[in-house]
Design a protein around this ligand. Structure first.
Ligand code: PEP
Ligand code: MG
Length: 849
């Protein structure tokens, strides 16, 4: 008997690989030791690494009752440890270090050792173990089979028999291991007919290379004593489908999902004329007929208990589904591009995740669950784990649900849920969009997205923005919209209007025509209002430059690191920031320090769950707990600014007190960033704007949060959408107070929340004292056009009008009236009472009224 030592950096990897390998030799009898990991730290957390002493001890232990020992290693220092172990060991049994792939090699070696192979043979089997994979992927066999240690060709006296492969998955690792086990004692060979390759039954890897699929004929030959009986045993395995059943696809157990009609009847219908509200996560307005996402599969019956004899059939149904779903996703990946491709690729990996498939198979084997039910329960367990992590990890739970549904649909032979194919443009409505669904939109005819769930960092939001189509998430009851009806999806306002009248549709279509921006924000009277872009990274910056943005008014730095578990190093940060600065040579870039927390938690910045995250440790407040995070960022920004020629300014989010503003300004200036500002997002900052401007150089109003905090209305809550509206008079009065402070100190006041992108509101903001507007680049042309149509006096009149209005409807009406009429009285009053004598931007860049 040959013993095997598996050396790995990770104890979990070593144990898992061994578990997988032992599945191949159900009869057992193989001697394997795992020497993995480098102990544990004080908290009991395993330390990755390898330990030569442990490897030597494992060899010595096996040496007591083995004729030889094969050592398999994962990588790097595992090889060094194994070599050192040869020096340290006390026994003198022959030992071979195998240059074999760790997992495949271990499987092949275990099977070969169980079949009584010599050390040479077991080592050769392990080393050739990549053959099946490389063969399947098209690598020439010469590259993949570094040696042939088993005999080739049928013996002239061999007895033969032709069998048919009956199991759905063909000869994969488990059947091959069964054949090897049944062949012990005879020289058994297999040949795929009519002219396929030939393999020894002692070689797991050779048998896998046969590529024998369901329905293929295989010639078995055996020579030696008892060869008839051996052949009989092997043929019986084929006839039985290796215990995996013989149906194709495998017969499902469990219960089919309710159909679409049944599900539709559970949803309240949405009537024509209704306007649903949610959170706009990707701008633009589009009217298109509604298509509902294919429904998810229903929960499979938990009470079905599969008989012990049928459980392997269910397990193979899971494996089969995993392969099929991964294949479907691979096909779609090939057609997708950019982020969609990356997301599909991740979903494909999840579909064939051995942990998911292994967990589900275990539930079948131990509890007798049906394949569908086992997949369901496994997914629930994984999903709960992610949900418990909260924040963005919780949003990833949709990935698991998506793969669960695809696997179950495959097992039950029902329609795959997801995005339907359509030849005409459509607005897709869904409870939530799984990453693979969202990614499937790339290249299709979907022109707008609406979901009932999802947040600003959900895949829906990311994909919609990258596709440039409007999207609204958090729209309660959206799936009640009748398929085929026209919906007007407004990603800027976060609304979905059902069956709008022809006039509204025509206006939306007209608005959908891009309005070019000529790169300069000007009022009709020539006053300059800088029109800037909001960006989240280098790619956005390139788009912003192409759209003509005069600079960047809000660089949301947290967007560069949303996927990071550990804080980015200073070097990594410098690289990310330089990407944006480089796009805006010689132009202004206002960088916001990390605004982590609340709706954008970053694992490395927001460790604890909070009862009220929007009121908790977010934005600048993170530096209370982790001052180094802010210091590192400021230093990285200073280095990046030094290396590029953009005019870099820095501002802090979520400032509430003058002390916070002062401390931030001191830190920023100490790091070498001389133009420092704060965001006005809290009512406190707005009311203290004048005092704030005594300690900083500019302010920028974040109207999204200012509305949320002024009206005490969660900005993520679709139901409170009408409160989160910058047209609310309280919000406009706060903006007015900030504008006044800016005028008093003759310092810039920007707006970088969504309000800046509203063409109707832009003149009002200017009238209130705002000197620059920063927005999604797509909105620049429209806002520029709206400003070009009015004089500063008209803006001031509109501002004066909104400041006396009592409701959001009144402010809208008052502004549009003031701007439309531009009455002499209004203009005169505005000029006398509110017009700026000049602003920093106005005096620097253009004439001032
Ligand atoms: C805002 O609050 O208006 C803002 C611009 O910041 P964010 O949307 O990133 O919170
Ligand atoms: Mg904000």
């Amino acid at each position: 008997m040959i013993g095997i030592v598996a050396v790995s950096h990770s104890a979990r990897l070593g144990e898992a690989a061994l578990e997988l390998a032992l599945q191949m030799v159900q009869g057992g009898g193989v001697r394997v030791r795992v020497a993995a990991g480098a102990g544990a730290d004080a908290d009991g957390t395993p330390i990755l690494g390898t330990d030569a002493v442990a490897v030597a001890a494992a060899i010595d232990e096996l040496a007591a009752d083995c004729d030889g020992v094969l050592v398999l290693m994962d990588l790097g220092s595992a090889v060094l440890s194994a070599e050192l172990a040869l020096e340290l060991r006390l026994s003198d049994v022959p030992v071979r270090l195998a240059p074999a792939p760790f997992v495949e090699g271990l499987l092949a070696a275990v099977v070969s050792a169980a079949a009584g192979g010599s050390l040479d043979l077991v080592a050769a089997e392990a080393s050739a173990a990549l053959g099946a994979k490389t063969g399947q992927l098209g690598v020439p066999e010469a590259d993949s089979m570094p040696g042939e240690a088993v005999s080739t060709g049928r013996h002239p006296d061999a007895v033969t028999r032709v069998v048919v492969v009956r199991n759905p998955l063909g000869i994969h690792a488990r059947p091959a291991a069964l054949i090897a086990e049944a062949s012990v004692g005879a020289d058994v060979r297999l040949r795929r007919l009519p002219d396929g390759p030939d393999a020894s039954a002692a070689s797991l890897s050779r048998m896998l290379i046969l590529g024998a699929a369901q329905g293929d004929e295989v010639e078995l030959s055996a020579s030696g004593v008892g060869s008839e009986a051996v052949l009989e045993r092997v043929a019986a395995l084929f006839d039985d489908g290796f215990g995996e059943g013989t149906a194709s696809p495998p017969a499902p157990a469990g219960q089919a999902a309710p159909n679409a009609a049944e599900r539709a009847s559970e949803v309240a219908p949405v009537l024509a004329g209704t306007v649903l509200r949610g959170r706009g996560v990707s701008g633009g307005r589009v009217a298109a007929p509604v298509v509902l996402l294919g429904p998810p599969v229903g929960e499979p019956d938990p009470d079905v208990v599969v008989a012990a004899a049928d459980r392997e059939r269910e397990v193979s149904a899971i494996e089969w589904a995993s392969v099929a779903v991964a294949d479907q996703l691979r096909g779609r990946t090939a057609r997708a591009t950019g982020q969609a491709r990356a997301i599909l690729d991740a979903s494909r990996l999840l579909a064939s995740d051995p942990e998911l498939v292994g967990d589900a198979s275990l539930r079948v084997r131990t509890k007798g669950l049906s394949a569908a039910r086992a997949v369901w329960e496994t997914a629930v367990a994984h999903e709960q784990g992610l949900t418990a992590l909260g924040g963005r990890m919780a949003e990833r739970a949709a990935d698991i649900r998506d793969i669960r549904d695809r696997l179950i649909a495959e097992i039950l032979g029902i329609d795959v849920p997801g995005v339907p194919d359509r030849d005409e443009p459509f607005a897709l409505i869904a409870p939530d969009l799984a990453p693979a669904d969202a990614a499937a939109l790339d290249g299709g005819n979907c022109v707008a997205l609406v979901t009932e769930r999802g947040g600003p960092t959900s895949h829906t939001a990311i994909i919609a923005r990258s596709l440039g189509i409007p999207a609204v998430v958090g729209v309660a009851g959206a799936t009640g919209i009748v398929p085929g009806v026209t919906a007007l999806v407004d990603g800027d306002r976060g609304t979905v209007e059902i069956a709008p009248d022809a006039e509204t549709v025509a206006a939306a279509e007209a608005a959908a025509v891009a309005v070019p921006f000529r790169g300069e924000g000007l009022l009709a009277d020539g006053r300059r209002i800088a029109l800037l872009a909001n960006v989240g990274g280098a790619a956005d910056a390139v788009t912003a430059v192409a759209s003509g943005a005069e600079g960047v008014g809000l660089f949301r730095t947290e967007f560069c690191f949303l996927d990071r578990v550990d804080a980015p190093s200073i070097d990594e940060q410098v690289a990310a920031y330089r990407g944006v600065f480089a796009a805006f040579r010689g132009r202004r870039v206002v960088v916001r320090t990390l605004d982590a927390g609340s709706d954008k938690p970053l694992p490395f910045a927001n460790a604890d769950a909070e009862d009220n995250p929007a009121l908790g440790i977010r934005g600048l407040r993170i530096s209370r707990r982790s001052p180094a995070l802010l210091d590192d960022q400021l230093h990285a920004l200073a280095r990046a600014a030094e290396a590029e020629s953009a005019i870099v300014e820095v501002m802090a989010p979520m400032v509430a007190t003058v002390d916070e503003a002062r401390a931030f300004a001191e830190s920023a200036r100490a790091a070498g960033l001389m133009t420092v500002g704060i965001m006005v997002e809290t009512p406190s900052a707005a009311l203290l704007a004048s005092e704030m401007l005594e300690v900083v150089d500019f302010v920028s109003i974040g109207t999204n949060d200012l509305a949320q905090y002024a009206l005490a209305a969660d900005r993520l809550l679709a139901e409170l959408g009408e409160l989160n509206d910058p047209w609310q008079p309280a919000v406009l009065r706060l903006i007015g107070a900030v504008g006044e402070a800016g005028r008093r100190w003759d310092l810039p006041v920007g707006v970088c929340g969504e309000a800046a992108a509203d063409p109707a509101l832009a003149p009002v903001l200017v009238g209130l004292g705002v000197t620059s507007l920063s927005m999604t680049p797509r909105a620049l042309g429209r806002v520029a056009a709206a400003l070009a149509a009015v004089t500063e006096a008209q803006c001031v009149a509109a501002a004066k009008a909104v400041l006396t209005a009592a409701t959001a409807a009144d402010t809208r009406a008052a502004a549009s009236e003031a701007l439309a009429t531009g009455t002499a009285a209004g203009i005169a009053a505005g000029t006398a009472e509110g017009t700026a004598e000049g602003t920093a931007e106005g005096t620097a860049d253009g004439p001032v009224v």
